[in-house]
Design a protein around this ligand. Structure first.
Ligand SMILES: Cc1cc2nc3c(=O)[nH]c(=O)nc-3n(C[C@H](O)[C@H](O)[C@H](O)COP(=O)(O)OP(=O)(O)OC[C@H]3O[C@@H](n4cnc5c(N)ncnc54)[C@H](O)[C@@H]3O)c2cc1C
Length: 290
């Protein structure tokens, strides 16, 4: 830890979230406390003091607060999803949340880090391997952002991360919560990931959702939404009709070669090939047919 700062303020009200010169927000601190302090940052404003309920679910859908820890996300919404079952004939009301646990496991975090790291911090960082973007984009979620003028704005999670470490958040804006619409909660979802080593950082991740709630014999196969992350700097969303494997190849071929992400966790050509494979698997599993 290299924490050369002067102040830490605990936010208790929205007014406390008005940043003073040199201040930045603190979520769980698992990134901020593991890196040199960002240039110019001399103070932190701890958002966990706001006392937000980590998550809630009602007739309008699921809400996950920015300060919900990854551990709370798995223990709450993740457990609802696991109990609903994800099989084709399952019809649990929270079936879509069956991928929550896998998306959290896709982060290379120890349980100790997951106990503190927050959903808001993961999204606000905007790292390609930040799996909360792939999770919530697949669920068609909206991010609710507290703006500097005291208002709110909503951004689809699929467009919140705009580049590697670049997000659609102005300095001083707070990621208040993520809203998953009720209509998607009962739909089938899928998760695939690849990394160079079994416990290595995620290098390619595909999440997806069938855009209807059942796949019983005789039903029309559903349209499918796939979200590509980790292998690209920002999420790429694809929508496909039944059987459109050729169209899936065409869309992946259309991704500019320079757009595939490169770091020590994988070269672009390998990430592109893995993404194609995982996307076809995910599409097939959701009923896109082989
Ligand atoms: C061992 C280890 C492994 C890791 N592996 C991964 C990984 O595989 N993938 C990955 O993406 N990350 C990884 N991280 C980085 C980090 O732990 C996670 O991204 C975590 O989810 C960040 O959440 P946090 O609450 O701790 O964020 P913080 O460290 O508190 O904050 C991170 C950034 O987000 C801002 N922020 C926090 N909350 C909000 C909010 N509500 N509104 C606006 N801005 C906010 C902060 O100002 C800061 O810029 C890893 C970290 C460690 C230590």
């Amino acid at each position: 830890m290299d924490l050369d700062i002067n102040t830490v303020r605990m936010a208790r009200t929205r007014a406390d979230c008005a940043l003073r010169p040199g201040e930045a927000f603190l979520g769980g601190g698992t990134f901020l406390y593991s890196e040199p302090v960002p240039a110019g940052v001399t103070g932190l404003v701890d958002l966990t003091g706001l006392g937000w309920e980590p998550w809630s679910v009602d007739g309008s859908g699921l809400r996950v607060s920015g300060t919900c820890t990854l551990e709370e996300l798995v223990a709450g919404p993740g457990a609802l999803g696991a109990a609903s079952g994800t099989s084709d004939v399952g019809s649990g009301p929270y079936r879509a949340l069956g991928i929550v646990g896998e998306c959290v496991s896709a982060l290379s975090l120890s349980p100790k880090v997951a106990r503190t790291a927050t959903v808001g911090g993961n999204l606000a960082l905007g790292l390609p391997a930040g799996s909360m973007a792939g999770l919530f984009a697949a669920l068609d979620a909206l991010a609710v952002v507290w703006t500097l003028d005291g208002g709110c704005r909503e951004v689809p999670v699929s467009s919140l991360v705009t580049g590697a470490g670049v997000v659609d958040l102005a300095p001083g804006e707070v990621l208040r919560e993520i809203r998953v619409p009720a209509a998607t909660l009962g739909q089938r979802t899928v998760f695939r990931r690849a990394s160079l080593t079994p416990t290595g950082r995620t290098a390619a991740m595909v999440t997806g959702r069938a855009l209807s709630s059942s796949r019983l014999d005789g039903d029309v196969p559903p349209r499918v939404r796939l979200v590509l992350t980790a292998s690209v700097p920002a999420p790429i969303v694809l929508e496909l009709g039944p059987g459109e494997h050729g169209e899936l190849d065409r869309l992946i071929d259309g991704i500019d070669a320079s757009a595939w992400y490169e770091d020590t966790h994988g070269i672009p050509a390998w990430r592109a090939a893995m993404t194609r494979r995982l996307a076809h698997e995910a599409f097939e599993e959701l009923g896109g047919t082989a």
